[in-house]
Design a protein around this ligand. Sequence first.
Ligand code: GTP
Ligand code: MG
Length: 194
Amino acid sequence: MKVNKAEIVISAVSQQQYPNDQLPEIALAGRSNVGKSSFINKLINRKNLARTSSKPGKTQTLNFYLINDLFYFVDVPGYGYAKVSKKEREKWGKMMEEYFSTRENLKVTALIVDIRHKPSEDDVMMYNFLKHYELPVLVIATKLDKIPKNKKGTHLKRVIDTLEMDPDDTIIPFSSETAEGKDDVWHFIDQIIK
Ligand code: GTP
Ligand code: MG
């Protein structure tokens, strides 16, 4: 897909604020600082439409980005950041549950993991949470630029094994630095939203 229009429509904290135009949505999920917002920017060729940061905890709301007036990317706050109070964590849980458990136009969730590391317990929990709601998952193993080329296979296998990925789910190695994997992701998205 050639992106010629991308705009933020709303930063939502609750259901009443979600767009109600019934367009398909692709949500992001993943640890804080793993590269969710960078993933969106790379796909739509924008440097910082989805705000990124080298510090975890940048994205705090559900941000709906309308792409080509055709579908939404929904950027979400990450999990697993230690310096978060119990109260904030509960707020995060409620906001995520509210979105993922009720959203009918959610077509697929891109679960972003760091290809360098074994997925964390939180990653496994998030994967299982999405499967529990019978939501299709696309696993993106990002920061591919940070590992030697000849390690790609082993690292991917570790992600698949640790998440105990459903064989029907797709995993795509990706880099927001080099754009590797970008064409594969678009191919996947084109299938989903047509
Ligand atoms: P939160 O909003 O805090 O949950 O984080 P996020 O998941 O949106 O992460 P973000 O996109 O803000 O990126 C975090 C840091 O990782 C930034 O410094 C990015 O430049 C860096 N980063 C993201 N993707 C890649 C990648 O593919 N390769 C490399 N080398 N760095 C990346
Ligand atoms: Mg972010």
